[in-house]
Design a protein around this ligand. Structure first.
Ligand SMILES: Cc1cc2nc3c(=O)[nH]c(=O)nc-3n(C[C@H](O)[C@H](O)[C@H](O)COP(=O)(O)OP(=O)(O)OC[C@H]3O[C@@H](n4cnc5c(N)ncnc54)[C@H](O)[C@@H]3O)c2cc1C
Length: 294
């Protein structure tokens, strides 16, 4: 177990932004995780779980309490026939390439974005080609008071970028059909090149992916990016944060950007989209601490 008091979360979030966690703890196995959760529950300390931080915007002032990352045993996975068992700390991108190599169908659909298995389940991550909820069989973990749980995919309440999974996810199993590796490789390539052409994915353009959920208007889901673009949002900026000229739902940052710049820019984007389309965009990015509802 590795404990780091006052650790800047900008070092651990994909967008390279955000203030410190009061205490960042890397846990390596169930026993360590259970003991951290039990202690935090007894002392009524706030607990947050961090994956690759690719969908989190941490405020400049940071967060109080404990931020837990799953490492060690939680970052291992194995294939057994059509079943993949993966710890929640496993990097999804490794599983995507290994599943294609092994001729297993189901993960190439999740290519092109950074995530841990746990973060992807929590967000029901995916896109046009599929979502992680489509291939999940079971998952398990702990409630924040340390009580273990186990559930099937049907119990996870998956919907668009949403799941209802309690507390910390630690492990998951997936059922993957057999596929021809050559065909799977070409599908993977297709997804990657489509994403590379349409999204700012390079290391020089840190972001949190899509800032806003695609809204449902009169029963039809619309692209938030298109709505922002039509409202004239591309290129809008606050400080070091800018609405990407490549994809209007991405806010990209320069090294001088702060989380406050991103939050202020998100507010401006919501305003112009509300004026132009009479639609209130809902953030997809998880803000820490959670903004107070007015
Ligand atoms: C360039 C870029 C492109 C992206 N493209 C896409 C895309 O195409 N589709 C898509 O869906 N998303 C996309 N995203 C967003 C992001 O990749 C996903 O939401 C991803 O699933 C987040 O995983 P993470 O491990 O980084 O989680 P984090 O960002 O660290 O956390 C996200 C949420 O999950 C919770 N969480 C994390 N791990 C656990 C766990 N073990 N147990 C319980 N809760 C947990 C966190 O507490 C937090 O609430 C993109 C992001 C970037 C930066």
């Amino acid at each position: 177990m590795n404990k780091r008091p006052n650790e800047p979360l900008s070092r651990h979030c994909w967008n390279q932004l955000g203030g410190p966690a009061q205490l960042l703890i890397d846990v390596e196995n169930d026993e360590e995780l259970r003991s951290v959760l039990t202690e935090a529950s007894t002392s009524q300390t706030t607990v947050r779980i961090l994956g690759l931080g690719s969908n989190v915007l941490v405020a400049q002032e940071g967060v109080s309490g404990v931020v837990i990352r799953l490492t060690g045993e939680f970052a291992t996975y194995s294939f057994d026939g059509e079943t993949l068992t993966a710890g929640a700390g496993v990097d999804l991108r490794k599983v995507v390439s290994e599943s294609v190599r092994q001729g297993r169908d189901g993960f190439w659909q999740l290519a092109g974005f950074p995530a841990t298995i746990g973060g992807a389940i929590a967000m029901n991550a995916g896109g046009r080609w599929g979502e992680i909820g489509d291939i999940l069989t079971t998952c398990e973990g702990y409630q924040l008071n340390g009580t273990p749980w186990q559930q099937t995919a049907a119990d996870c309440g998956f919907s668009y970028r949403h799941s209802e999974v309690p507390g910390v996810i630690t492990k998951a199993t997936f059922t993957l059909k057999a596929g021809e590796p050559k065909l799977l490789r070409s599908k993977l390539k297709e997804v990657m090149s489509e994403k590379a052409a349409a999204q700012p994915l390079g290391a020089k353009t840190p972001s949190s992916g899509c800032s806003f959920r695609n809204p449902t208007i009169q029963g039809v889901r619309h692209s938030a990016g298109q709505l922002i673009d039509q409202a004239g949002g591309k290129g809008l900026s606050v400080g070091g944060a800018m609405v990407s000229p490549t994809h209007a739902n991405f806010i990209v940052t320069t090294p001088t950007a702060t989380a406050s710049d991103v939050a202020a820019l998100m507010g401006q984007v919501q305003k112009i989209v509300a004026q132009h389309h009479s639609v209130l965009l809902e953030p997809e990015v998880i803000q820490w601490p959670e903004p107070r509802k007015s």
